[in-house]
Write a protein of this length. Sequence first.
Length: 611
Amino acid sequence: MLALFESRRFDGWTVYEEPKINSMKPDFIAFHPKKGIVIIEVKDYDLNSSTYLPNGYVRGTNGQRIKKNPVQQVVHYRESLLKNELRASIEFSEAFQANDAYFGCIETVVYFHNATNQQARTFCGNPTYTKIWTRKDVAYIAEPTNRLSAKTHTFAFSCDRSNFAEGNQLQRLTDDLHRVLSYSDYDLERANKVQLSNQQAKYSELQPAKQLLYKGVAGAGKTLMLTEKALQAATRGENVLILTYNITLRHYIRDMCSQQSDETNYKKAKPHLTILHFHDLLKNLLASADIERNADEEEEEQDFTAGWISQIKQYILPQHDVDFLYDTILIDEGQDFQAGWLDFLQKLYTQEGEFAVFYDPAQNLYGHGQWLEQSEERKSLGFKKKPIELKQSYRLPKKIIEKIETAKAMFHIQGEEIEVAQINEQGSFFDEIEFLNHQAIWRNEKLQQIEQVVLTLLQTNPIEDITILTTNEETGAEIVRFFQHRGARVSHVYDLQKKKSVDARRAEKWRFQGGTGRLKVCSYHSYKGWETPNVVLVLDAPSTTYREDGLIEQRDTPSLKTVQHALFIAMSRVKGKQADGSFHFTCLNYIGQYIPEFASLNEPVYTFPDW
């Protein structure tokens, strides 16, 4: 197959053979800045065998049929590249967003070396968009004088210039792809390495062949220490798996890995680093064996996750695929992981490096992490020692820590007391913490109140450094549409049609990345692990809705637990600016019954307008 790209037809093309991208390993990726990107998966299946059945089914050794369609595999590679690896795809998707047309910039091909075209198409189920090639097709394409067909041979190979090349959009996308495949990262030029405290440096040292728990308060540097461990292990040549639960946090950790390493070491480490959220790991495992998922995230989480894990245990783990065995496994926000998931991950662990879980029980939003506080269950999962406790916060400003402790006492929030690290004891003249009690009957009235806070912050901050957190999806969608109408560029995690679509929310989460120069609007759940100098929390009831005439309705009040979590997460995401330590936290409170309790604080740093 590689000989194909020696043809004069591919002058100006760049071709990578078996690149490893975050645990994915397509056979070929070819791209041209004026024509497009093509992913090619090569199969040597003997389709004359009765093992291979129509529509992507394979008969297993036990006689059962397994869905093993290579079309799904190569389509998964395309979507993962666009959504998880290429930052340039954010603006690219917005430029060509009609009917998700931007997906066409990466074309997919499955090549069968030992089959006829009819056999291959029957096995693959006659796919609409993925091209099916055989040896005859490759021989035809290799002859530069032959005229190619977009329908058969891909548009990228047949065209002189792609429509996606308008405005250099395709050039920027292929430049970004080259960056990913050649193990370089532009973040190395813009980020400053964080210096570790003595305690952080101590616990960042790798502990080979040990399973350890790190229990840390907000701002203790858990993600930083995880990153340092990952880079040490990967630079040594160990296969490293970093896992999160939230999709958005994965991007943040990727950026931190580049930030904490010099260019030479990062190039050396990156081929050995895999950074995924847990469910993408499961998808990659299933895709690696061409197995069609038997459910998707629209079903109940417990059901579909257990189903995927069952498929992997039955069909993939017995093969001991070295691409999915990891010497070091590091989990961030471990309180979001269920005990059964840890049991499964043990089967991917070689026990050569460290298996570490970093967690904060005060942020156990989903109720998954009870096992972390139960010694017998921890031991059954291989964690024999008590958790290493990290009680000092190096990131949170002293004033924020004081207010977090006040809020914890007021709202009975469970969690270790946060100790102030000595380096954070010095404050800034530009700190501000506000709890603003508001009333709003009309949509625009409420949105303008939020806008006023943002406009004030923009006087001294770039928009990149401002995040609005919400407790209500409808409110989040309204805020995003309002600021977009005002001409602002916004990264967010919401279904703007307000249909509560899982797919629509996930489509936005992959775009939610740092360094994009955008206002961020996010649920407090999805912002765990992030940090910013300016946080605006819009605290209203999850039942809040907005009528067509603009009236706001609130059918009930939020639970105490919702308020607890929202306040704690939002306040704990604040980080003082590197230049002067300044920060700003504002809570816009629209929940009437909590006003007296807030007002009882009556401290000068709080502002309480009349209700």
